[in-house]
Design a protein. Structure first.
Length: 223
């Protein structure tokens, strides 16, 4: 099966060789020149998290801003079924994180609600988390946090409305207890989704030490 699968992969590569999403260059999904043209975000965004009668700020790192080829990559992974992009995008995530990822021992993709996951067939954040975990040699535990409440899309909501919209939307189980978790998503806008997820992990006795996303969008921007 493995040999057959890799035969088909090679045949597909011959028939449809990778082409850069940005410039069309052959043999890359995201070529080095297009990636180099993506502006760095430098500092992590500090996202307020409230849980267990405490509040703190979660650093959320992003590879680049939500524009140009990076925005196209997010859309292609999320809406066009281009799962193959998760690998090259995860390498960018690894590059923008600080050395040692603040001691994270587990990598977790922000979960989708089951219904949306079934509609899409996969969760793009989980694909990024698995690829990043493989890159970093860390276990991914995507099933330890569930989205227990379907929430309307965050697009078009204010920062305050986004916080209210996702509050209590996630529930973490005992597998995160005592763990140091790195949270992965495709886009960070206000960070409200990451904050709600980090709160759920904290309530189950774990700690999200950092978040990382491929792009960072402005609130109100179409993501
Ligand atoms: Zn390119």
């Amino acid at each position: 099966m493995g040999a057959l699968a890799s035969f088909w992969d090679r045949l597909l590569d011959l028939l449809y060789p990778p082409r850069c999403l940005g410039c069309g260059a052959l043999n890359h999904w995201l070529c080095p020149a297009c990636l180099a043209s993506c502006p760095n975000t430098d500092e992590p965004r500090l996202v307020p998290v409230d849980a267990n009668n405490a509040s703190w700020r979660l650093p959320v790192y992003s590879f680049t801003v939500h524009q140009g080829v990076a925005r196209e990559a997010v859309h292609a992974l999320k809406y066009e079924g281009r799962r193959v992009l998760a690998g090259p995008m995860a390498r960018c995530l690894a590059d923008c994180l600080p050395e040692g990822y603040r001691g994270a021992r587990l990598v977790l993709g922000v979960p989708l609600h089951d219904r949306r996951r079934r509609e899409r067939g996969y969760n793009q954040s989980e694909l990024l988390a698995r690829a990043l975990a493989a890159e970093a040699g860390l276990p991914a535990v995507s099933e330890s946090v569930r989205r227990v409440r379907a929430t309307p899309p965050q697009v078009g909501l204010s920062a305050r409305e986004r916080v209210d919209n996702v509050r209590g939307a996630f529930l973490a189980d005992e597998r995160v207890r005592g763990e140091r978790v790195l949270l992965v998503d495709d886009v960070c806008t206000t960070g409200a989704t990451m904050a709600a997820c980090a709160a759920a992990v904290a309530m189950a006795g774990g700690e999200v030490v950092a978040g990382v996303t491929f792009t960072r969008a402005r609130a109100g921007a179409d993501s």
